[in-house]
Every structure is written in C-alpha cells, then in structure tokens.
Design a protein around this ligand. Sequence first.
Ligand SMILES: NC(=O)c1ccc[n+]([C@@H]2O[C@H](COP(=O)([O-])OP(=O)(O)OC[C@H]3O[C@@H](n4cnc5c(N)ncnc54)[C@H](O)[C@@H]3O)[C@@H](O)[C@H]2O)c1
Ligand SMILES: [Zn+2]
Length: 352
Amino acid sequence: MREKIKLPDSIFFGDIKRQFKTWLDQQAYSSYFMLVDSSSSVYCLPEIRHVHPKIKWNIIEIPMGEQYKTITTCSLIWEELLKNGADRHSLLVNLGGGVVGDMGGFAAGTYMRGIDFVQIPTTLLAMVDASVGGKVAVDFRLAKNIIGLFKNPVANFIDSRWLATLSDTNKRSGWGEMIKHTIIADEEAFREIQQITSPFDINWDKWIQHSISIKYNIVQIDPTEKGLRKGLNFGHTVGHAVETFFLELGQPKSHGECVAIGMICAAFISNKVAGLPPAQLKDIVAVIMKWFDKTTIPENQLDKILSFMMRDKKNYSGLPNFTLIPQIGSYIYDQNPDWALIRESILFYNQQ
Ligand SMILES: NC(=O)c1ccc[n+]([C@@H]2O[C@H](COP(=O)([O-])OP(=O)(O)OC[C@H]3O[C@@H](n4cnc5c(N)ncnc54)[C@H](O)[C@@H]3O)[C@@H](O)[C@H]2O)c1
Ligand SMILES: [Zn+2]
C-alpha cells in the first residue's frame, strides 16, 4: 500500500461525537439543520443529536432509497428549510449514506444560492466516495445524478464506527469503490486485497483513509472533471447503466455492486483495446467475483442497457465515454470503444 498523502484539515477522522462537538464549538451559524433518511434517523441520529448542549437541531427526515433522490424530495428539503427560517447563515448537516449526502449537498448548494453544509457519511460508500470530491446531485427522469453541482462541504466527519449497523450488502457496495481506487491508482494495495480471505475482516480505518487519499489526490488536481478525475469513473459507464436498468425494473441494486459489474466489463474492454495483460484481467475478475454475488444481466435487455449508456452525461458527441486501464494501478480516460465491444463485455461478465 502506498504511503498516505496529507488530507485537508476539513476532513476529520475518528470519534464522531468528540470531533463534531469540538468543531461545533467553533461555529456560529444562525440555525442548524440536520438531514436524515428513515434509516439513518434510527441508526445514527440518536448518537449525535445531543452532541452539543446548546444546539437545537431542526431535523429534516426523508424516505430512504435511491428512488427518492429526486427533485421532488429536494423540494421537501427546501420547503423545510424555508418554513423553519433557514437563512444564508444556516448550516445543513447531512447524516446518512450517499443519497442523503448527494441530495442534501445539492439542496444546500442551491438554497439561497448556497448555504454551508457538512457531510457525516454513515455508509462505507459515502465515506470513501460520495462525501469526498464535492459532487452533489439528484437523479432526474431515470438519469443518475444528472442535475447537480460541484460544491464542497465545510467539513467532513469520517467515523468507521457507523459501519457496525450497516448490512453486508451495503458494506460490499463501498468496498467495490475501494477496490476501484486500488485498480486505478495503487497496484500494491490491490495485491493486498487479493490476499484478504475472510470477508470484512478488514482494518477499516486503514483502508478508509487509504481510499479517501486516493480519491482526494485525484480530485484536488482536477476538481471539475476536465481530465484526470475521469479515472474515478472506471467501471461506471456500464455500472450506471446497469444500476438504472435494475432500478427501473423495481429490483434496485447497490451502486457498488453495479460498479463491480462495470469494472469487469471495463477490464475486459481494457484487455481488448488498451493492453491490459490477460493475467491482470483474470486477477481483477477473481477479486470482484470473490466479494460480489453473481448477477445475470438479461441478454434480451442489452439494447435497453446500452440506451441508458447513450444518455450518460460523461458522453461526448454521443459516444460512450470509458476509463480503461492499460495495467492495474494506472488508467487512461476519454476512451470510446465501439458498441459491439461494450455488448461483448456484458456477455463476458455473464459468463463468469
Ligand atoms: N457524490 C459522489 O461523488 C458520489 C460517489 C459515489 C456514489 N454517490 C451516490 O451515493 C448513493 C449511494 O450511496 P449509499 O450506498 O450510501 O446509499 P444510501 O444512501 O441509500 O444508503 C444505503 C442504506 O443504508 C442506510 N444507512 C445509512 N447509514 C447506515 C448505518 N450506519 N447503519 C445502517 N443503515 C444505514 C440508508 O438509510 C440506506 O437505506 C448513490 O446515489 C450514488 O449516486 C455519489
Ligand atoms: Zn461510484
């Protein structure tokens, strides 16, 4: 594993109660709002709602699930902010997974042209990915994250203790993105992951910090995704399309699970057109299949899945945009494999 790079002072690790209280001590917002969903309100809110004796939280609760990551739910958040007198000096704290973080960040980033917000990610995916890098968005007309902003939180609190109540499916979802970070940027760490035999017998703090530093290192150089940041999209071109497909089908799959499928497809394409050695393709497939259950993608639905890819916002001039890997630990972006190869890559996944 590569040496950790320095992270900004606005990202706090460790005991959430202590860290958050100390931070709140130094703030003087006009009012304090906390966004939760119906699950983080049960598992997480009781832990921190009384963290600061002087702060009275206005709690905004939304239903849980990706299907609620919409402009309609956002309107409810804006309405609550407005109704309860939020002004430009109010703070919104997003306590929950990536849905709460993305939507709360978007709601805060647009309310009165932007108020401060804090991310307290409580899922693994939100810790290592969604809460870092300043992308906030909602889905629209079945297109993922299509309405959004680049806006950073004023602080981000990462505490692996939240994982205690998280289901294995959700842990796996975050783990998928963590595997992705090693595949694009740290071969040594990928080789370490290959050695992990017992699922989730993991030093979470070490791996979470490692993963965040990889992402942070990339977004710091290219915050608005003009180039380098596209590396983080590895696995996401097919992944997002598969995610949308299963969401529309009424059988939603976790983001990380879909990215895992997408990574196998992107690795297959990388082997065909970017020089990824066959042995490395095999290693990637083996690591992913070790952690993720097999999903079968209905082959008579491939046209539909490809059509979701066509309207992906990463595209340029109608061509699907892929990040590919010439070898584990490095990547190339803005690659446009043809549709036949993409189709073949999904069939390759189905054969695993
Ligand atoms: N902004 C970005 O850069 C970025 C990056 C990756 C993913 N995302 C987005 O993140 C979203 C997925 O995030 P997610 O996987 O966290 O999903 P999620 O927010 O839906 O959380 C998954 C489930 O876990 C519950 N939960 C949260 N914390 C819990 C805890 N500690 N214990 C028990 N249950 C808990 C949630 O309420 C929810 O039901 C997607 O919308 C995706 O687009 C954004
Ligand atoms: Zn992702």
